[in-house]
Unconditional design. Structure first.
Length: 395
């Protein structure tokens, strides 16, 4: 589609190609000895060639043929000035800009013989003389210049498209990071709030039941509520601080803030306080070689597992095993069946709930795997394998 700017440029070019040779015709006494009809015919040829240039972008080869024929007609009518080929030169340039090799070859093949014959007849030299061959080379020059301009335009357009693609990719990457951060915060909120509310609910029920009969145990339960509330508030402040930082917390070394493997004993103690007879077994290498993101993911998986045990199985025994390998952290959480074993439908609901989904997302972000399944004895187990690079991030 031709733009308004290109249309204005073609109008200006057509005006120049009409006025310049016409002015040369009358100012340099080319009309001397010419019949008035010949002069009128020459001017009409100038007008026809100039007018055809308005179509040079859409029909460059056709315009070249018209301008070539017009130039030959003006020569036949007695106008031998080089300016008679001005429109033809512009047309040849347009052929080169079109960037079609076959069109360029056809245009050159049409114009060169005519120009060589005109040069030979005008100068009185053989058609294949050095002078006529040089004149033919001048026909090729506009086409070559047009090709160079076309290549330059294509290069600039390619760079512009690459820049747009890079900007679009960067925008998509930022949106992906925002979405991943949103999901991470949602998982953290789910785990922290769910665990805290479960602990507070159990301890509040215990305190209410023992308030009159065993006030000392009621006070202990209230103390556990206060502790769980303070710890939950501390973790929530850490999560909110990420929202307040423009880089999403990456200024803290690229890892999200939160507890790690060293906080697992306290987590197990909280589970025991609400009736889960939990046992923690830690094996393998030291925790300080594990990246903070993997430690946090392991902590959250254990936290959510203990919350689900208390919520769905009640006061049962559970075993938490955490093994720190050379390049993986493996966590097993198994619980015995509750007082009322869950039905297959209930087990399926547990395995597909938001908590299990959050665990799978956490594990997937580290490149690991998570299995959540009922045991043959009627309990439930979680097995999470989280790979990592020692001293670096997740694998």
């Amino acid at each position: 589609m031709i733009t308004l700017l290109e249309r204005r440029g073609d109008l200006l070019l057509a005006g120049v190609c009409l006025t310049v040779p016409t002015a040369d015709l009358f100012l340099h006494d080319h009309v001397h000895g010419l019949h008035p009809l010949s002069v009128a015919g020459i001017v009409l040829c100038f007008a026809g060639m100039a007018g055809s240039l308005l179509l040079r972008s859409a029909r460059p080869l056709s315009v070249t043929v018209v301008c070539g024929a017009g130039g030959f007609a003006t020569w036949a009518l007695g106008f031998t000035s080089p300016l008679g080929g001005l429109s033809a030169g512009i047309a040849l340039y347009s052929v080169g800009v079109a960037g079609v090799p076959l069109t360029s070859a056809v245009a050159v093949a049409l114009v060169i013989p005519v120009s060589m014959v005109l040069e030979a007849r005008t100068e009185g030299v053989p058609p294949l003389s050095v002078s006529s061959l040089g004149h033919a080379a001048l026909v090729i020059c506009p086409v070559l210049v047009g090709h160079l301009v076309r290549q330059r335009r294509d290069t600039l357009l390619l760079r512009l498209r690459r820049a747009e693609d890079d900007a679009r990719a960067e925008l998509n990457l930022r949106q992906l990071r925002v979405e991943q951060e949103r999901r991470r915060i949602a998982r953290d909120l789910h785990d922290v709030v769910g665990h805290a509310l479960t602990t507070i609910s159990v301890q509040a029920s215990t305190a209410e039941r023992l308030l009159d009969k065993r006030p000392e145990f009621a006070r202990q339960a209230l103390a556990e509520i206060a502790t769980a509330g303070r710890e939950a508030l501390t973790e929530l402040r850490g999560i909110v601080s990420v929202l307040r930082e423009p880089d999403g917390g990456t200024s803290r070394g690229g890892e999200p803030p939160g507890p790690g493997l060293a906080a697992l004993p306290g987590l197990v103690d909280q589970a025991r306080a609400v009736g889960v007879r939990a046992t923690l077994v830690r094996t393998g290498a030291a925790a300080d070689r594990v990246p903070a993101s993997v430690q946090l993911a392991t902590y959250r998986i254990v936290q959510e597992s203990l919350t689900n045990i208390r919520r769905h199985a009640g006061e049962v025994s559970a075993v938490i095993e955490v093994e720190v390998g050379d390049d993986t952290v493996t966590a097993w959480i198994r619980n015995a069946p509750g007082p009322r074993p869950a039905t297959p439908a209930a087990r399926s609901t547990i395995a597909s709930g938001a908590g299990i989904t959050g665990m799978r997302e956490r594990t997937g972000l580290t490149g690991g795997t998570l299995l959540a399944r009922p045991t043959e004895a009627g309990g439930f187990e979680i097995e999470a394998v989280l790979p990592y690079r020692p001293g670096g991030g997740s694998a």
